[in-house]
Design a protein around this ligand. Sequence first.
Ligand code: PHB
Length: 393
Amino acid sequence: MFARFWLLSRVALAAATAGTLVVAPAWADDAVKIGLILPMTGGQASTGKQIDNAIKLYMKQHGDTVAGKKIEIILKDDGALPDKTKTAAQELIVNDKVSFIAGFGVTPAALAAAPLATQAKIPEVVMAAGTSIITEKSPYIVRTSFTLPQSSTIIGDWAVKNGIKKVASLTSDYAPGNDALASFKEHFTAGGGQIVEEVKVPLANPDFAPFLQRMKDAKPDAMFVFVPAGQGGNFMKQYAERGLDKAGIKVIGPGDVTDDDLLNDMGDAVLGTVTAHIYSAAHPSEMNKEFVAAYKKDFGNRPGFMAVNGYDGIHLIYEALKKTGGKTDGDGLIEAMKGMKWESPRGPISIDPETRDIVQNVYVRKVEKKDGELYNVEFETFEAVKDPGKAKK
Ligand code: PHB
């Protein structure tokens, strides 16, 4: 701060003496600004917190200078409201002159920013939202999170193979919930499974109780559930209160519902839940053990899948800048990101050069108690899964 003030004063003084105008501060070229737009308040705040934490951890571990440029993060809270996302993105692009926009806790936020990324020709790094279509909305979008079809198709096949015949579904009533349900249904019914009840719950402040009774009455073998990160704890509480666990109705789904961030407080009703997903805090690699320990040390709790999405998102930005030698031309950065491959705490991942979407392992996991704590224990791996939502087109 001091150094910058001193520099500015010197430039201003020199300019004033020479009778000219000060146009840009002398340090501007040495910094790369990243506009991080996240829900830090409201129902999706746990997503924002996890991503922000993980980026802080990454920068602590890897330094805040890349290819000679200082990395500056400018964080804006959009509360997961797309109008606010748009305003934040505009301010970041026009006023702050950021070279990247990143974050996006929900699909409507990622979509709201897409035309701005296209206009400004800067990368939009999607670190949370999971609807398949997102990466098709701008050639400047790159994703380090996941798509719902990546995991929901796999749990659909798993259900068929494991003797589940009747399923009642409960999904959040917006784009990723619809993606999850459509891809699960396609695989489950193709294998002979039947959907006996379909319920959609609102994204904001959902009360699951009235729907859970309907689920119980439909007497399914299992419930297929998608709720976004942050809502699984409340869902599991109401599921147990209504006695669905005692009625033998197991939960299956993509792993958002058993987010590691909340899992340990869900109680024993969650035991036996089988999900397909991209990350477990119990993933048995050395890299993940170190990541979980470092995250816990700095923030006091376990990282969930949103934290890993953020950790990988900032890694992608760092590596792209290394490749361009610190140049921030948007087209060059996107080219640098295409085809990038690396080892993440979740396992090996890459960016599909054609779709700019993430390619990653999907793990089938079961909630078990280990050393007195609840974990998603991985027992089957599907390697290098591309987004099936796009593969079909
Ligand atoms: C989304 O809005 O795309 C979204 C948010 C949270 C999730 C999954 C998808 O856990």
